[in-house]
Ligand binder design. Structure first.
Ligand SMILES: [Zn+2]
Length: 292
């Protein structure tokens, strides 16, 4: 048990760099799993491919580096290869080469993580981490990639003012979001009114997010979206791509999606992805409303 807390702390610090995409109830169990079981499972089930490294948090992990044209070296096979190909098609090879430094593949059934993007302090590019054990089908990883892609767009270094001494906007990833950043505008419109009891913009505390979700269920497209504003925006983006355009009278969740309909970049991306992945995307998530 001694390793439990160290692993938990490392998970939290990794997540602080940016949250993952393990939405749903399962996400709220993250961090509570015994690390010894995680390590054992990882060593037993990691897939063949690149030589694995031993990640201090995740155990055996396959590491791939992005090349100048956005492809990976070494070239992954199987599901990791399909995930990367889908990401390249969604985001374009140029975007992938600019924003992602590589892919890490783990296979840990006990870990409530589907995927995550991480960026170290001062790094220009992110690393995509995928957990093969939680990628059960193509629809699942396509939705996950939509979520992670929007993190890359909305947390791009261009969205931050790193020279500001004090933030008048959201402070994230060690910088201040620019006043015109999409996430800042999303926060101001949909999150500022929750007040101090809501999760902070960099919160990864599942219990705090859950309390917000219970009080405002119909504000969110998923329970995981209540984790913090960045996760809400990423979850909302995935539903924006998957769903038909909603009626604003359907509720706050729908108004969040319509907020993205006002973003030309988002709409152009949606059109492109729906052309390519028609019939492969998952169905929309059910919207819950526990207040009625
Ligand atoms: Zn996320």
């Amino acid at each position: 048990m001694r390793r439990c807390c160290g692993v938990t702390a490392a998970l939290v610090s990794a997540t602080l760099l940016i949250g993952g995409a393990a939405w749903g109830i399962a996400a709220f169990n993250a961090g509570g799993q015994p690390s010894d079981a995680v390590q054992q499972a990882a060593s037993n089930t990691i897939a063949a491919g690149a030589d694995p490294i031993i990640d201090p948090v995740f155990g055996p992990t396959q590491v791939y580096q992005t090349t100048e044209d956005g492809t990976l070296r070494p070239a992954p096979g199987g599901i990791p290869g399909q995930v990367w190909a889908a990401l390249m098609r969604m985001a374009t090879p140029e975007f992938v080469a600019d924003h992602l430094g590589g892919l890490r593949v783990l296979d840990v059934p006990e870990l409530d993580l589907i995927a995550r993007v991480e960026r170290g302090v001062g790094d220009a590019r992110w690393t995509l981490i995928v957990n093969l054990a939680r990628i059960s089908d193509r629809a699942t990883y396509l939705r996950t990639l939509l979520h992670e892609y929007w993190h890359l767009v909305t947390l791009d270094l261009g969205q931050f003012d790193s020279s500001a001494a004090e933030c008048e906007t959201i402070r994230l990833l060690g910088g201040c979001l620019r006043a015109d950043a999409l996430l800042e505008r999303f926060f101001a419109r949909f999150w500022a009114g929750y007040g101090p009891s809501a999760p902070a913009p960099d919160s990864t505390d599942a219990a705090v997010g859950w309390r917000l979700y219970v009080r405002h269920t119909a504000d969110f497209v998923s329970s995981y979206a209540a984790t913090n504003a960045a996760e809400d925006l990423a979850e909302t983006f995935a539903e924006f791509v998957i769903r038909d355009r909603p009626d604003e009278r359907s509720g706050t969740w729908a108004q969040k999606i319509l907020f993205l309909w006002d973003d030309p970049e988002a709409v152009a991306f949606r059109d492109r992805v729906r052309d390519w992945f028609v019939d492969e995307l998952p169905p929309p998530l059910p919207i819950r409303d526990w207040q009625h």
